[in-house]
Design a protein around this ligand. Structure first.
Ligand code: UD1
Ligand code: UDP
Length: 373
C-alpha cells in the first residue's frame, strides 16, 4: 500500500501480532489506508504465521526478514530497513506496540521522519535496566508523539519522566483485553487442546518461560524448572510447558533435563493457549502478556521473575512475583492456589484499539469515550 498510506503498523514478534490484531481489525473496519511492516524478528511458523492465519490478519505488506542476532545487530538492521519503507510510504502515523527490539527500531526510525509515532502499551516500567525490554520501552516512550498507556499507573510513570501530559499521554486500556474478549469464547468452542493433551480443566498447571534473564542463565533456568517440579509434586498437579524456541535452544545448549513433572509441548496457537490459560489451576510464567491475560481471565498467576512492569496484576491479587529460587516458587505457588479469585480486570474494557485510533484522529470515531474499568 504505497500511495496514500495513513497508518503504518510495525510489528515483529508473537505478542505484537496478538496485541496489534485488534488495531488492524479496527483499521479494516474504518477502511483506513494502512500497511503492516513485519521486521522478521520472529520467523518460525509457531511464533509468526500461525497467528496471522488464526486471527485472520492480512499478510504483512512488507517483511524485512531481519531475523535473529545480537541486540544492536538486530535493532540496527531493523532501523535501516524500516526507514526505507517509511520514506517510500510516507504515512501520517506509525504505530508500534510493547517493548521488543522491533518496537525500539520502529520508534527510532519513525521519530526522525515527517510522521507521528504512537506507542501502544506505553509507560510500563520494571525499573530494571538490565532487561533489554526496559530500555526499549523507555526509549520508545520518549520517541513517541502519542503514548497510549494501558492504565493510570503507567500514565503516572510517564508524567514523572516529564512527558507532556496533555498532548502525549492517553490512557486507553490494553489491546490485549480486546483480543481476549474477542477470542475467549471461540477458544472455548473450537479448541480441543485439553482432549489432545489428556488434561482435565481445573486440574493442571501451565508454565511458560522464555525471557533471556531466565533461560540464558543455566543456574536460573535449572532452579526455575526445579521449583516448578517441586510444587507440582507437592500439589499433585500435571504441568504443561509450551516451549518458546529460545528456551528450546538453551535447554539443548545447557544439556538441561526436563523434570518428569513437567511435560514440554510445542508453542501453541492463540486459541489453544487461551484455552489452556482459562482452564489451568495455576499459571507460572515469565511472560508479560501472560501476566495480563491470566488477570483478565481470572486464573491465578505466579511470575517467575524478580520484578514486573505489570504491578496492576499484583495489586488486584491476581499475580505474585516469586523469582526463580525453588523455595520461593513452591511457597508462592501454594499461596496463589489458596487465594480467592474474583479480582477486577485493571486493563480496560476491550475498546482500546478504537480508542487509540480515535485519539490519533484516524478514520471515523467509534465514540468509545474514556476507558472504563
Ligand atoms: C523477544 C523479545 C521479548 C519477548 C519475546 C516474545 C527482545 C529483546 N525480546 O524475545 O521481550 O518476550 O520476543 O516471544 O526483543 N528464535 C527462533 N525462531 C524465531 C525467533 C527466535 O528459533 O522465530 C530463537 C533463535 O534462537 C533466537 C532466539 O530465539 O536467537 C531469540 O530470539 P529473539 O527475537 O532475539 O528474542 P526472543 O527471546 O524471541
Ligand atoms: N502465547 C501463545 N502461545 C504460546 C505461548 C504464548 O499464543 O505457546 C501468547 C499469549 O497468549 C500471549 C503472548 O503469546 O498473548 C505472550 O507472548 P510472549 O510470552 O512470547 O511475550 P511477552 O508477552 O513476554 O513479551
Amino acid at each position: 500500500m504505497t500511495d496514500g498510506t495513513t497508518v503504518t503498523i510495525v510489528l515483529g514478534t508473537r505478542p505484537e501480532i496478538i496485541k496489534l490484531a485488534p488495531v488492524i481489525d479496527a483499521c479494516e473496519e474504518r477502511e483506513i489506508a494502512y500497511s503492516v511492516v513485519h521486521t522478521g524478528q520472529h520467523y518460525s511458523e509457531e511464533l509468526d504465521t500461525v497467528f496471522f492465519d488464526q486471527l485472520e490478519l492480512p499478510a504483512p505488506d512488507h517483511n524485512l526478514g531481519v531475523g535473529s542476532g545480537s541486540q544492536s545487530e538486530q535493532t540496527g538492521a531493523m532501523i535501516r530497513e524500516i526507514e526505507t519503507v517509511l520514506l517510500d510510504e510516507q504515512p501520517e502515523l506509525v504505530l508500534v506496540q510493547g517493548d521488543t527490539n522491533s518496537v525500539l527500531a520502529g520508534a527510532i526510525a519513525a521519530s526522525k521522519l515527517d510522521c507521528e509515532v504512537g506507542h501502544v502499551e506505553a509507560g510500563l516500567r520494571s525499573f530494571d535496566r538490565t532487561m533489554p525490554e526496559e530500555v526499549n520501552r523507555v526509549l520508545a516512550d520518549h520517541a513517541a508523539d502519542y503514548c497510549f498507556a494501558p492504565t493510570e499507573q503507567a500514565a503516572g510513570y510517564l508524567r514523572e519522566e516529564g512527558i507532556d501530559d496533555d498532548d502525549t499521554i492517553h490512557v486507553t486500556g490494553n489491546t490485549i483485553v480486546d483480543a481476549v474478549m474477542g477470542y475467549r469464547d471461540l477458544a472455548a468452542a473450537k479448541s480441543d487442546v485439553l482432549g489432545e493433551l489428556g488434561l482435565d480443566a481445573g486440574d493442571f498447571c501451565l508454565l511458560t518461560a522464555h525471557r533471556a534473564e531466565n533461560v540464558d542463565d543455566r543456574e536460573r533456568f535449572e532452579s526455575l524448572l526445579d521449583g516448578v517440579a517441586r510444587f507440582a509434586r507437592d500439589a499433585d498437579l500435571d504441568v504443561v510447558y509450551p516451549v518458546h524456541p529460545r528456551a528450546n535452544e538453551r535447554l539443548a545448549a545447557f544439556d538441561l533435563a526436563m523434570p518428569d513433572e513437567i511435560t514440554p509441548i510445542d508453542a501453541q496457537d492463540f486459541l489453544d493457549f487461551l484455552r489452556l490459560e482459562s482452564t489451568a489451576t495455576l499459571v507460572l510464567t515469565d511472560s508479560g502478556g501472560v501476566q495480563e491475560e491470566t488477570c483478565i481471565l481470572g486464573t491465578p498467576c505466579v511470575t517467575l521473575r524478580d520484578n514486573t512492569e505489570r504491578p496492576e496484576t499484583v495489586d488486584v491479587g491476581a499475580n505474585r512475583i516469586v523469582g526463580v529460587a525453588a523455595d520461593g516458587i513452591v511457597t508462592g505457588a501454594h499461596e496463589a492456589l489458596s487465594q480467592q479469585n474474583g479480582w477486577e480486570n485493571p486493563f480496560g474494557d476491550g475498546h482500546s484499539a478504537d480508542r487509540i485510533l480515535d485519539i490519533a484522529g484516524i478514520g471515523s470515531a467509534a465514540s468509545v469515550g474514556e476507558v472504563h474499568g
